[in-house]
Design a protein around this ligand. Sequence first.
Ligand code: BGC
Length: 751
Amino acid sequence: MRKFVWIQLILGLLTAAVLGQALSPEEIAGKVANLLSRMTLTEKIGQMNQYSNKWDMTGPKPEDDAKAYRYNDIKNGNVGSMLNVVGAAATRAAQQLAVDSSRLHIPLIFGIDVIHGYKTSFPVPLAMAATWNPELVEKAAAVAAGEAAAAGIHWTFAPMADISPDARWGRIMEGAGEDPYLASQMVAAQVRGYQGNDLSSENTIAACAKHYAAYGAARAGRDYNSVELSLYSIYNIYLPPFKAAVDAGAVTFMNAFNTLNGIPATGNRFLVKDVLKGKWGFEGFVVSDWSSIAELINHGVAANLKQAAEIAATGMTDMDMESFAYRRHLENLVQEGKVDEALIDESVGRILTIKYQLGLFDDPYKYCSEEREKTQLLTDENRAISRKIAAESMVLLKNSDNLLPLSKDIKSVAVVGPLSNDKDSPLGNWRCQAGADNAVSLLEGIQAIVSPETRINFVKGLDIDNNNVRSFDGKIDVKSVIKAARRSEVIIAAVGETAMMSGEARSRMDVGLPGRQLELLQELNRLGKPMVVVLFGGRPLTIPWLAENVPAILMSWEAGSESGNAIADILFGDVVPSGKLPVTFPYHVGQEPLVYNELNTGRPQLNDQQGFVSKYIDGPKEPLYPFGYGLSYTDFEYENLRLNRPVIRIGEPLRVGVTLKNTGKYSAREVVQLYIRDLVASIARPVKELKAFEKVELKAGESRDVTFILDNKVFGFYNDNYEFIVEPGEFEIMVGGNSVDVMKITCKIVE
Ligand code: BGC
């Protein structure tokens, strides 16, 4: 037995040596300290400099001066990282340039925005959040990491941990929506998926929580705009998903572009030094956003690039993405005593540590495998995972008279609308290497699922593109659409946003259906035929007319490579919808920012009460579809909400039980959501806050007890000093299938 143990041990050590198994943190610290002691100041600052790719890395040295400058910088060890170098061959060539030519042979770290997949595209992050299934989201991130790593990438600029309360903000599609708890779960799942258990593994990449912080609260929903927020909101709403990223082990962070209460997030000492690296003990490194250091000049807090570099470096931004601020000025700033060299050492130490953790010093080329790149991208297996998560992300908004699911043997169906055969829009923005026109279109998905006898009458009737965003834009062919619809039993209309109508710098002031799509739907509706509207988009859309007039509406978001197949799975009943909204769908854009977890006003509007209450005089204050909402083909009933005890002491857990019954005809999944309300507290608390959820699968007729164990943290909040406190008092516990239709029970917390 003993002998066996020894043999095991020796074999283990040998394997570790051969495979270059991960070094211990102490070993890495020793190696980093040693390397740092051998570096010149210029070389150290080089590690803090990140360039984007500007030429074909596999080609000859670029001629143009600006490119040659970058080229020489890589060769001379003045670059620590590159972004947007794509593919195994290109990353290998760039790595070779750095490793072979620079004095200390320090490898580059290659980053890119793997936001919802590398080559296999998954639903956009907002849609993935609609699955309320962190396990599946983790799986998608792991697949994306595997593909990216096979193509030479070490680092993704994801997940976006920004809370997005405003549908106008184009980047709402990149995050998990409006709720800090749901977003924290999604962020942690992505970090786990990208990084796995071992950063040095060939299938994992470093994650980057961005954009730190509060970027999603941009005034008027306009991208890059300033942010003014109370400390209460910063601590309780905007920071938790970032904290979740740290807790899940995210090794990098990215600064945001915005100012936060007058101080730019880039170089923001409070955010980075006091909170992230201080209070939270984050040990990784912080990269600026693209040129966000240089933008300190536009913000009016730096007179020139040199001062911007000083602010960013002393504000503990470790790496400069594309501002050239560190490259040009940091050395002088250190020599002039304006930036302490110890700060540089700390930043470089953090960057080198991640390079060691990735295993790049063992083998700088370990991720650049053209062989793996050929075989491991866009595989059938990866597509199957994408199809599964896509179907699970879709939210059934309306289904009058159980119009859906449709029969696969349907005799005829009209497939109409500008997005019906669109193979590009479902890929969404930030599609990385998915390539244009690569998704399965809705038309293709329907063709593949229905019986060969089904007649599909396909006419688009209207074109929209990224420029057709105003309600009168586009040429419409109502006649042909009506003709196709007349010849069909059911109309399936595909409308919404194209991919480039959301994302960075794509805020909209009207979040209705772009172009003349509503007009097209109104014409079709006059026929009085059953109509299913499939909505595409990267944000909540205002669709009050549809909600009122069209019998079935499915939000398909931008569902990735397998979009059309996944939509068909839902429309024709192979998958029962289980997605729930991670964002409030407003009735009108004028309600924005509209969230479910608002504070009560002094004059809340109860029912239809008029007078001097908090309301609009020209429309409802309620959303069209609330947070957490989504229908199924089956029916669920909630019963017997109960607590293990009505009174608990501070520090004791509370057990909440509810019985969920599937009373319909389909086996299906339901997201059981638990909200709380602190009825009286030292500061005003939200009318509802999501604190737990569970996705439960029940067969038709089955019922199950669902139990949540709430620890005391659930009842607390951060005060203005960023201290977490739990106050005694009465709390409402609410459980249901969305944030509005809930059962209620109260409990008391005593000292
Ligand atoms: C975006 C970041 C992104 C970076 C690199 C910036 O414009 O704000 O989210 O990671 O570009 O592509």
